[in-house]
Design a protein around this ligand. Structure first.
Ligand SMILES: *Cc1c(COP(=O)(O)O)cnc(C)c1O
Length: 399
């Protein structure tokens, strides 16, 4: 009889989205024909850009021709794509060697799989509220995490406590679920703290393409010293609408070398290379062809047009909150808007009122952690007229 990984018993039921759909279905059953607007979507809705689509088609054709057919590719990703990602970093003023870039099928797998490189005996910090993947993947591996509180005082951007030691630190900026973005000064404090503690920062920059304030860092590597203490995860999911197409990349600097208990040293870059070449055979050639197009000037312009569409929605939502004096983070440089529920309502109480009184669905903040209690998330991934209509309907509850 196999002994099972009982750590799975320690993972919390993913109750949030199941509970939302339960309440919405019940409402629909009791109120047939009511027009519900969904602004809880954490997924892109616009189709791929024309140029990316053409590049994907071209990739398909390559696979049908003996002279261009590709079998197994390099586990780390094709050179043409790693060069393109490196060039993209360069255009943002960050120097990353193509050799330090690993192409994958997305950032979720990489943020989860990276936990394998760390021992159980580490102090791991995650923010609260949090993207649940960081917590659950650690628990699956028998590791426990400590929470750093996000709140109104720190603008949902937890800062290091010099009295507390950490070994591994998760940071997501622009943040899901709060939309909050670390500025250069605050990220520098994290990098300095990590260097002092010989810690590693796991930096999730999945939403970097939503940043248009040039003073905000789009990469942890824009901060001096970060190559000695940080790994960065990124993805084309939100940048280019690849949530269903699948492509991510992870940057692991070769300078991330730490002493081992047996003497000598281990390199995180070498460990990840070994891990990926053992357990992963690379992202699809076709998708890598489409991805490379995203990093061309014209391809990036088309992707930016979609992002601009979402950002206009975010602006519409933020303006409605501003008009009613409601405190929020995000809405700028992010597709998420995270706000305090009006009149001291709890997250679920507010959810029920929106659903029952104006038929708008969002996401209760408390589903992302204790510090989300009394907060609520709306997303900019909806359709323009529906977003406007939702904010018009919500007016009487926000007042
Ligand atoms: C959407 C998202 C990602 C991207 O995940 P993929 O697996 O690349 O689709 C990563 N991190 C966060 C916080 C996200 O919200």
């Amino acid at each position: 009889m196999p002994k099972l990984n009982e750590c799975y018993l320690d993972i919390k039921e993913s109750y949030l989205f199941a509970e939302i759909s339960r309440r919405v279905s019940e409402y629909e059953k009791n109120n047939p024909g009511k027009d519900i607007i969904r602004l809880g979507i954490g997924d892109v809705t616009l189709p791929l850009s024309k140029r990316v689509l053409d590049a994907l088609h071209k990739g398909v054709d390559d696979q049908g021709d003996p002279s261009t057919f590709k079998g197994y590719g390099p586990e780390q990703g094709y050179g043409f794509l790693r060069e393109a990602v490196s060039g993209y970093y360069g255009s943002n003023g960050v120097d990353i060697d193509p050799d330090e870039i690993f192409i994958s099928d997305g950032a979720k797998s990489d943020t989860g799989n990276i936990t394998e490189l760390f021992d159980r005996d580490n102090t791991i910090l995650v923010p609260d509220p949090v993207y649940p993947v960081y917590v659950d993947t650690n628990i699956m591996g028998g590791k426990s995490v400590k929470y750093m509180a996000g709140n109104e005082e720190n603008g949902f951007l937890p800062m290091p406590d010099p009295k507390v030691h950490a070994d591994v630190i998760y940071i997501c900026s622009p943040n899901n679920p709060t939309g909050a973005v670390y500025d250069k000064e605050r990220l520098t404090k994290w990098v300095d703290y990590a260097l002092d503690n010989h810690a590693v920062i796991l930096f999730d920059s999945a939403y970097e393409a939503f940043i248009d304030d040039p003073s905000l860092p789009r990469s942890i590597f824009a901060i001096e010293g970060a190559k000695k203490c940080a790994i960065e995860f990124c993805s084309l999911s939100k940048t280019a609408g690849f949530t269903g197409t699948r492509l991510g990349y992870t940057v692991i600097p070769k300078d991330l070398v730490f002493p081992t208990s047996r003497g000598g040293q281990m390199s995180l870059h070498a460990m990840w290379f070994r891990r990926q070449s053992t357990k992963f055979n690379g992202a699809s050639y076709i998708v890598q062809r489409g991805a490379a197009e995203v990093f061309t000037k014209e391809g990036m312009e088309e992707c930016r047009a979609n992002i601009a569409y979402y950002k206009e929605n975010a602006k519409i939502i933020s303006e409605a909150l501003d008009a009613n004096g409601i405190w929020y983070t995000g809405g700028k440089n992010s597709p998420y808007i995270w706000f305090r529920c009006p009149h001291g309502m709890g997250s679920w109480e507010f959810f029920d009122r929106l659903l029952n009184e104006v038929q708008v669905v969002g996401t209760p903040g408390e589903g992302f952690g204790d510090n989300g209690k009394g907060f609520f998330r709306l997303t900019a991934f909806g359709e323009r007229e529906r977003t406007k209509e939702a904010m018009k309907r919500m007016e009487k509850i926000l007042q």
